[in-house]
Design a protein around this ligand. Structure first.
Ligand code: NAD
Length: 340
């Protein structure tokens, strides 16, 4: 089966998912729904992506000289699922106004409340929970990174007593010129836990996790400082083996490779020629991996713009029962060149 996909919202996340869908042989990108005629629409057309818009906006596109293939109604009757990558809260509105009344399936992003979907999703941690579901929510960038990390140990049978994670969040994405901070460290909301811990529990309900978060003036990546307490002693050797073997986790050794900052990790991806300089894996700082008896400490970089892209692809396979968890993860990673 080839799943026919429409993408609603063609911003930071939507355009990356569109490119990823086009690389899959079991999915077909029918088109994307855009609200505004702009440079991103022009680029999409140059890549062969069909644009659709709302009926009352067709004129705007025509005036701007950007060709639309049709209206949202034309797209919707030709797709099996909509991947909704609109801003926080719009996905829930779309569900009520469009997807539910028309009997459509949809995949939402982490800016929506968990209640929008039948399940929250991370491929490594809970792929099987999403099999056959009509509405799936791919959790946010921070939650994806934490779920992968915790999931890596749980799938090997490790028992985790608790996770404590401190998140240094990027202030904005690179193209968001109106957002900040530009000279501050923002602690609001300072409440503990930050929303990230409870969000991880929507994927791994049994995990004891507490998170704290601040936002800083960078657009590069988030940085997590994570402490995992296991039920019993662990060795650095076994931890390293698991992290090295887990898909979508990459180790960066700053001592030997002279990668000393998040900017250099992005530069590494750009130098490799990765599309947009994306790093879809957890970027684990190898030198930070430290084990004291039953406790693990580490730092990881999280490329907010791209880390959820492979999970959206896997969510489609789970929804349509196209592949088992590991087959899907392998296929996605091969086609996105994440396996080197
Ligand atoms: P974005 O603002 O970059 O893109 C959203 C796009 O949707 C914009 O192009 C906007 O014009 C369009 N849009 C808005 N309303 C629309 C509508 N009714 N119909 C069609 N298009 C509409 O946002 P983003 O960063 O890509 O975030 C999308 C979702 O992904 C959010 O839930 C967000 O929380 C989540 N997410 C974002 C990041 C990130 O760091 N950017 C990371 C992980 C998850």
């Amino acid at each position: 089966m080839t799943v026919k996909i429409g993408i609603m919202g063609y911003g930071t996340i939507g355009k990356r998912i569109a490119d990823a869908v086009m690389r899959m042989d079991d999915m077909e990108l029918i088109g994307v729904i855009k609200q505004t005629p702009d440079y991103e629409g022009e680029v999409a057309i140059s890549k062969g992506i069909k644009l659709y818009t709302y009926e009352d906006r067709v004129n705007k596109f025509e005036k701007a000289g950007i060709r639309v293939t049709g209206t949202i109604n034309d797209l919707i009757k030709n797709v099996d699922v909509i991947i909704d990558a609109t801003p926080d809260g719009v996905g829930a509105e779309n569900k009520a106004k469009i997807y539910e009344p028309l009997g459509l399936r949809a995949i939402f992003q982490g800016g929506e409340e968990a209640e929008v979907a039948d399940t929250s999703f991370n491929a490594l941690a809970n792929y099987d929970m999403a099999i056959g579901k009509r509405f799936i929510r791919v959790v946010s960038c921070n939650t994806t990174a934490l779920s992968r990390l915790i999931g890596a140990f749980l799938i090997h049978g490790y028992k985790i007593r608790k996770v404590r994670a401190y998140l240094v969040r990027r202030g904005a994405d690179p193209r968001e010129f109106k957002k900040g901070p530009i000279n501050d460290v923002v602690f609001n909301p300072a409440t503990v836990p930050s929303h990230h811990g409870p969000d991880v529990q929507t994927v791994i309900p049994t995990i004891d996790i507490i998170t704290m978060a601040v936002a800083v003036p960078t657009t590069m990546m988030h940085l997590h400082m994570v402490n995992i307490e296991f039920d019993g002693q662990v060795s650095k050797g076994e931890i390293m083996k698991i992290l090295e073997e887990t898909p979508r986790i990459l180790l960066f050794n700053s001592a030997s490779r002279k990668i000393e900052s998040l900017a250099q990790i992005i530069e590494w991806a750009r130098d490799l020629g990765r599309l947009r300089g994306d790093v879809m894996e957890n970027a684990l700082i190898e030198d930070s991996i430290t084990v004291f008896q039953n406790e693990l400490f580490l730092m990881q970089g999280v490329h907010q713009e791209s880390i959820v892209v492979p999970e959206n692809i896997d969510a489609v396979r789970a929804m349509f029962k196209l592949s088992s968890k590991w087959d899907s993860i392998r296929k996605t990673d091969l086609r996105l060149n994440l396996i080197t």
